[in-house]
Design a binder for this molecule. Structure first.
Ligand code: SAH
Length: 181
């Protein structure tokens, strides 16, 4: 039991370390990290699932509930999709992007450059995935693939924001109007 507890704490620590790396490097560097160390990705995802499992609510479930209330004809892009909970929970066409394929539904790519035509999706999602210091480039990519009047959904840990108002203002400069916070 002691060994299991220690292993769990070690896993949690390695998860936090990799998570911090992802939030403090560019998306190109993140891609390199996972390419050079496939074990890092496996540890990251086990740690991620363990962490989110302790929260009162997993935001991805809320996003799924929202999407189920909207027409199934809407095309969705899931940036940093992880294990593709969105694609596997709704009827809509979902493009799922991640650096490493945790599921056969994943299109492997850097979310700063996704293989989609301009104005081709109705809803773009970043669920606990708005990582990378090249945030502006990533959000511009979401803006490029979204249709006019499309919806961008961001779920992020509150402590990740230095100033939420400044974030919303910066989003407005990128062309997004805040409709719900
Ligand atoms: N959205 C999922 C997973 C969140 S974990 C969920 O809510 O369950 C964050 C995910 O973003 C990880 O799978 C990580 O590999 C991915 N990610 C981080 N940087 C990325 C990048 N530059 N391009 C694509 N995916 C990225």
């Amino acid at each position: 039991a002691l060994r299991a507890r220690m292993e769990e704490r070690l896993l949690a620590a390695r998860f936090r370390y990799i998570n911090q790396q992802l939030y403090t490097s560019t998306s190109q560097e993140a891609a390199q990290l996972f390419q050079s160390d496939p074990e890092a990705f496996e540890i990251y995802h086990r740690g991620f699932a363990q962490q989110v499992g302790r929260w009162p609510e997993n935001p991805v479930h809320r996003i799924v509930r929202y999407l189920r209330r909207r027409p199934a004809s809407l095309v969705v892009a899931d940036f940093g999709c992880g294990d593709c909970k969105i694609a596997s929970s709704i009827k809509n066409k979902v493009h799922s992007f991640d650096l490493v394929p945790l599921s056969p539904l994943v299109t492997v790519c850097d979310m700063a450059k996704v293989p989609l035509a301009a104005e081709s999706v109705d809803v773009a999602v970043f669920c606990l995935a708005l990582m990378g210091t090249n945030l502006q480039e990533i959000l511009e990519e979401a803006n490029r693939v979204l249709k006019q009047g499309g919806t961008l959904m961001v779920a992020e840990v509150a402590s990740r924001f230095e100033d939420i108002r400044a974030f919303v203002n910066a989003m407005a400069q990128l062309g997004f109007k805040s409709v719900s916070k």
